[in-house]
Write a protein that binds this ligand. Structure first.
Ligand SMILES: C[S@@+](CC[C@H](N)C(=O)[O-])C[C@H]1O[C@@H](n2cnc3c(N)ncnc32)[C@H](O)[C@@H]1O
Length: 268
């Protein structure tokens, strides 16, 4: 995600879902007074600081991590006390080095991030390694049944864009996410695995705001030559307008049906 400002200015959706999902699972987690929690793909850190941190027991510390230097730069404004820090990590990197070797956490959360990951086995192996025994995870990420994914899949059919969109492969071809993910986590060693689909609706104030948000989360834009970027956004705009998952309100607001995949599991 390169267009950090676009995301920060147009994202009024992820914090609401993060709060709802955390609330739904908080009671079933085992909490101690001093949790050490990791938030993977923290983005600009808003949900990390304003939703996750306040939901933790007072003696806990929270580390937000992200692959993007731009996002981590934006996170700095949230660092006001020792309880919240931010650190760079690509969750699908092969080795947990660069200061991650000795890290371990009692809870690992991730909201609206893992749909960008192409190597889920490596990512979940890293999550397992970073989790302390008895540690618990809560993950929520987009399924292929979302307007943005449908639109990417349609653009990918065009020879003009196909070569720039190779990393779309993983998610759009996995028909049964629940059994895929359950088997994956089981094979790594996780226990008490629960996976389910959650449907929510988001209201975005205008089409312009929606397109700005889509631009900020379009992982392919960075592969596209500068002179072709606006052409791609234009085509994406047209394709999105035809999606069943979008509703248009009289005042210009956009209702987006959002399908999330939610996972909880534990390490013994
Ligand atoms: C849509 S933002 C979500 C931010 C925040 N969790 C929220 O809910 O508002 C997704 C974030 O995941 C990060 N990300 C994508 N791939 C990643 C990876 N492999 N490892 C860590 N972070 C990643 C992106 O840089 C981006 O900041």
């Amino acid at each position: 995600m390169d267009l950090v400002e676009n995301f920060v200015n147009n994202n009024n959706v992820t914090g609401k879902d993060t709060l709802e999902i955390l609330e739904a699972h908080r009671k079933s987690f085992r909490w101690s007074k001093e949790e050490r929690v990791l938030d993977i793909g923290c983005g600009p850190g808003d949900a990390t600081a304003n939703v996750i941190l306040p939901s933790l027991p007072e003696g806990s510390v929270l580390v937000g991590c992200d692959i993007s230097d731009g996002m981590l730069e934006t996170c700095k404004r949230h660092v006001v006390n020792g309880r919240l820090t931010f650190k760079k990590l690509d969750i699908q990197q092969k080795w947990l080095n660069n200061g991650w070797e000795n890290e371990s956490f009692t809870k690992i959360f991730s909201f609206y991030c893992l749909h960008w990951v192409t190597d889920h086995r490596q990512a979940m192996q890293n999550v397992y390694t970073l989790l302390k025994p008895e540690g618990e995870i809560l993950l929520a990420f987009l399924t292929p049944q979302n307007p943005i994914y449908n639109a990417f899949e349609i653009l990918k059919q065009s020879p003009k864009w196909n070569g720039f969109m190779k990393d779309i492969e993983w998610f759009c071809t996995t028909a049964d996410t629940t059994s895929f993910y359950t088997d994956l986590l089981k094979s790594i060693g996780f226990e008490d695995i629960q996976c389910y689909l959650k449907t929510t609706k988001h209201r975005i104030p205008s089409w312009t705001a929606y397109i700005e948000l889509v631009k900020s989360i379009n992982p392919f834009l960075r592969h596209i030559p500068a002179e072709m970027k606006s052409e791609m956004i234009g085509e994406l705009d047209e394709v999105l307008k035809q999606q069943d998952y979008l509703g248009f309100e009289e005042d210009g607001g956009i209702i987006v049906d959002c399908n999330l995949f939610v996972v909880t599991a534990k390490k013994n």
